[in-house]
Write a protein that binds this ligand. Sequence first.
Ligand code: PEP
Length: 255
Amino acid sequence: MHKIIAANWKMYKDRTEAATTAGEIAAALPDVLPKERQVVIFPPVTSIECVAQAFRGHKSLAVGAQNFYPAPEGAFTGEVSVGMLRDVGAEWVLAGHSERRHIFGETDEMVARKAIFSLSHGLKTMLCIGETLDEREQGNLYAVLERQLTAFFAARPEGMTGDALVGRLAIAYEPVWAIGTGKVAGPGEVREAHGVTKALLEKFIGKTGKKLPVLYGGSVKPDNAGALIALDNVDGLLVGGASLEAQSFLQIIGA
Ligand code: PEP
């Protein structure tokens, strides 16, 4: 399975800044990219097209959107559709990022609906899950991950088999307490949470579950990326703050 190194640029960078950083990444990539790694950047929606242009011709580079509304079109003021995102070059979307859940109130059910919609309409989907500090301290890691994944797997339409998800769905385990806080989860904590996630995937879709990549996200930096990506059940990284500078993200890609 290819390891995926993904960048969430959140609400940073105008088009000029995004094109510059994407161009630097594309230019340096052949020197730093270990074999069998895929890089995905999630810029703000206004910069998807220029990042896609900068990545044209690079098979290992792809661009995605941080958000969308799960309807083909309609009276949804302020929203964008997956068709519009594909039109500007997006191949991926994020669903269920903790900032969408906690700042914008997206429920497990809404996240599941969005992920199923994007998968059904031709976009690869990175489904983010993870517990808050409170939930972890109360011993609820398993229950939270199970609840979030159950919402998705229970809502799948009949034709969306496990096999149909391979190569299209990635899970990002992002403990909420580690996102943007500088507190990275320790190797033991990451291994445990990824073990739980992989066991749950197997519970829902059997052995095929082993073929879905599980990424870690939460304060990944150039100095901890190598140790995290080396863990045997970590299939990639989702990077926020440290992906904004090309040099720092390139170090993470090559870690
Ligand atoms: C994120 O936004 O998904 C993230 C992991 O952010 P950071 O790396 O800044 O913690």
